[in-house]
Design a protein around this ligand. Structure first.
Ligand SMILES: [Zn+2]
Length: 325
């Protein structure tokens, strides 16, 4: 009895200490956030890469989506709301991708946000979504469960297009120039360097991917269309349009048949999604399993981070596709 009593007292003390640490941490985070200066905030990390290159030495960049999360099923935390509210410039793809931000962002003044998918130079470059995608669209209108996963009519993984990244960089440049006209010289130089790195890197990646360009493969979710079209890769298909929805039995059967016929060299899982399903479907075949990271987890935000991100993704393709089946 006495033992139980002292255990209870000890447990309560630990609980109180933990609670104190938690409250203190939250308070510290809120204070840190409210005391920082003018900031660019982006929804996802790759947009942070582009913003960091253009705003280097002008304004710091913060990213809302934590590493390891996906924009397809993320829920906002109170700290995200604070971060968003104090953003001087907010950059996102648009409500079709980051639906968890729609309500908040659309209530921000228009001159404080850049919506990539509605830039006039970007609209003609948008890739149409797949048939499966349009089927999901009908669910979206009627069923709230699907609404948060809604991709829209177009492929919204725009940051994987080097062309669109360049237009994003120009839009960020123009916004920053309006915000800090006295930094024009620095901003001009940052934009010039970004474009220089991008062009140089594109030539490099094109050369690197030459030997694997004709190799067939499947990706886990339909995210890579812009990258694949730009560098001329040969995808055979994807498991699902939306990574939070399990692929259908028919699609899986079709993929399995192709794997048995040795049509594909690789199947690519993702850092954010590694379903056991991929292992199951490849059982008894010689297909290799690779990993792609469409969000650049762990890449630091600086002048060259966007280029490093593209390079990392290219190497992820190559390290699997170079193998033989
Ligand atoms: Zn996606």
């Amino acid at each position: 009895m006495l033992e139980f009593f002292s255990f209870n007292v000890a447990f309560r003390s630990i609980y109180r200490i933990c609670l104190f640490i938690l409250l203190y941490s939250v308070l510290w985070m809120v204070m840190t956030i409210s005391h920082t200066q003018a900031t660019i905030v982006t929804s996802i990390r790759p947009l942070g890469f582009i913003a960091a290159a253009i705003s280097d030495g002008v304004m710091p960049v913060e990213v809302i989506l934590p590493d390891g999360s996906s924009p397809h099923d993320y829920s906002l935390r109170p700290i995200d709301v604070l971060r968003l509210k104090k953003a001087d410039i907010f950059i996102w793809v648009g409500p079709e991708l980051e639906s968890f931000l729609s309500r908040l962002v659309l209530s921000m003044p228009a001159n404080r946000r850049i919506t990539l998918s509605s830039l006039p130079v970007v609209i003609p470059l948008l890739q149409k979504g797949s048939k499966e995608l349009n089927k999901n669209h009908e669910h979206d209108i009627t069923d709230n469960r699907f609404n948060r996963h809604y991709h829209g009519e177009y492929n919204m993984h725009l940051w994987l297009s080097p062309n669109i990244a360049e237009y994003a960089a120009e839009a960020i440049y123009n916004h920053l120039l309006e915000f800090t006209p006295e930094k024009k010289q620095l901003l001009d130089e940052n934009l010039r360097i970004f474009k220089y790195f991008l062009t140089k890197n594109n030539k490099n990646i094109t050369k690197m991917l030459t030997s694997v360009r004709a190799k067939g493969y499947y990706v886990f979710h339909d995210a890579y269309g812009y990258f694949e079209a730009y560098y001329g890769l040969t995808p055979l298909g994807y498991f699902t349009v939306n990574p939070t929805i399990q692929p259908g039995a028919q699609a899986l059967h079709k993929i399995r048949t192709q794997l048995i016929k040795k049509k594909a060299t690789c199947i690519f899982a993702e850092e954010q999604f590694r379903p056991a399903l991929i292992r199951a479907i490849t059982r008894g075949t010689n297909v290799h399993i690779g990993t792609l990271d469409p969000l650049g987890v762990g890449i630091a935000l600086d002048k060259e981070s966007y280029v490093r991100f593209l390079l990392q993704l290219s190497n992820q393709y190559i390290s699997c596709l170079k193998k033989n089946i």
